[in-house]
Design a protein around this ligand. Structure first.
Ligand SMILES: *[C@@H]1O[C@H](CO)[C@@H](O)[C@H](O)[C@H]1NC(C)=O
Ligand SMILES: *[C@@H]1O[C@H](CO)[C@@H](O)[C@H](O)[C@H]1NC(C)=O
Ligand SMILES: *[C@@H]1O[C@H](CO)[C@@H](O)[C@H](O)[C@H]1NC(C)=O
Length: 381
């Protein structure tokens, strides 16, 4: 064999091996089977189950994985999970339709280390609609106060049968089953709110809530909501606001984060200033939004009184959104130059006038004392 033929032979052998191996490796894989969504009664957490594709045991030296994508109808994005399991529990907003799609992924020596994807299979889930839409409660709102308790409120639906009774149920990962509210806020015997304590375990995960109701024989349309506590937080007002003047032109304000469970590194503050307490209400001017707990404000106006107010909110490092606290406010009187002169003058004028009065009184008494005697005796009778 001529030496120049050797490379040619090698190429031919390689080609043959490639052909042989590709014919034995699957270039397609079947999708999973029997995709099902079931409701374990956890107000939004649904069980998604499926069976492996047929003949999946025959893929030797290859791993079968699944790509699950899911969302509630109307969401733009799909959430994605890669898994080898055949059952997952995922969270949905039950007020909308849950949508799931699933495909098989095959990869390993049997595919020449190339990932092979199957077609998608689809499933949807919707809780059976109950009651008329207008019977659903309105204006459902929740605030997580100081990271200590969640207060939710609502108003009766447009269609409210007499004798209606509302209930709030909640569930988060870690609870065995949905739990009913223990502290309702009532108005005229009607449950129109709920206060939930001890939710630290539910922070930074989905908290599923359902407000449902019934009246005699009629069922009302339940309201489903999925909350993220850290996005509903409202801190208390900042504490110990102190103002001082440093230099002629600068006002320094310092305060402390509110107490309670609020992590101080999770707060930002808005500072406003107003000159003259009398008109303060109308004249607040923005100074800054900041994470530090002090600020120096230049007093360009050299005004007599400066008022500062500060409020707090969760910052973007801890949450996507939050509620502002109440304001903490304090005012500081800066003595003016004219005032200083006045301060020296006032005691001088006062002491002068007092001594003048005393002198006059003494003079009067001396004059009156002889004439005073007859008056005294007449009183004696
Ligand atoms: C919170 O939970 C603790 C124990 O986990 C319990 O002792 C306490 O009473 C609970 N507080 C409220 C307000 O339910
Ligand atoms: C309200 O929802 C809870 C939790 O799903 C359920 O146990 C309860 O029976 C429902 N009540 C009504 C009146 O539908
Ligand atoms: C200072 O005075 C000017 C004009 O009177 C006013 O526009 C401005 O808001 C004042 N600054 C502060 C911090 O109040």
């Amino acid at each position: 064999m001529a030496p120049w033929r050797l490379p040619l032979l090698a190429v031919a052998l390689l080609w043959g091996w490639l052909l042989a191996s590709s014919s034995s490796s699957p270039s397609t894989v079947a999708p999973p089977r029997d995709l099902r969504i079931t409701d374990p009664g956890l107000l939004g957490s649904l069980d998604v189950e499926w069976k492996p594709p047929p003949h999946s045991q025959t893929f030797q030296e290859c791993t079968v994985k699944y790509k699950l994508e899911y969302h509630s109808t109307g969401d733009r994005d799909w959430k994605v999970i890669f898994t080898r399991k055949l059952k997952l529990r995922v969270g949905f907003d039950l007020s909308r339709t849950a949508e799931v799609r699933l495909q098989t992924l095959l990869r390993g020596r049997c595919t020449g280390d190339v990932e092979v994807q199957s077609d998608w299979i689809y499933a949807t889930f919707q809780i059976s609609p109950q009651g008329k839409l207008e019977s659903e409660v309105q204006n459902f709102n929740c605030i997580y106060h100081d990271w200590e308790y969640l207060k939710c409120t609502w108003q009766p639906g447009l269609l409210t049968p007499p004798g209606v009774h509302y209930g709030l149920y909640y569930w988060y990962e870690g609870l065995e089953q949905a739990v009913q509210c223990a502290h309702y806020i009532q108005e005229q015997g009607l449950n129109l709110g709920c206060v939930l304590h001890n939710l630290s375990q539910a922070e930074y995960q989905d908290l599923h809530i359902c407000v449902n109701g019934s009246a005699a024989a009629t069922l009302l349309r339940p309201l489903y909501s999925t909350l993220r506590l850290h996005n509903l937080a409202q801190p208390s007002a900042p504490e110990q606001l102190e103002l001082s003047v440093s230099g002629a032109q600068e006002l320094r304000a310092a305060w402390s984060p509110p107490g309670g469970r609020v992590p101080p590194h999770c707060l930002e503050y808005e500072v406003q200033v107003a000159e003259d307490a009398g008109q303060a209400a109308a004249a607040w001017a923005f100074v800054s939004t900041q994470m530090e707990t002090d600020v120096t404000i230049s007093r360009a106006n050299q005004s007599h009184v400066s008022c500062v107010r500060v409020r707090g909110r969760t910052n973007i490092f801890c949450a996507d959104q939050g509620f502002w606290s109440e304001w903490t406010q304090d005012c500081f009187s800066v003595p003016r130059k004219e005032d200083k002169q006045l301060f020296i003058l006032i005691p001088v004028i006062l002491s002068l006038s007092i001594s003048l009065i005393i002198f006059m009184l003494i003079g009067q008494c001396k004059k009156r004392s002889p004439a005073g005697k007859p008056l005294h005796t007449s009183v004696g009778f």
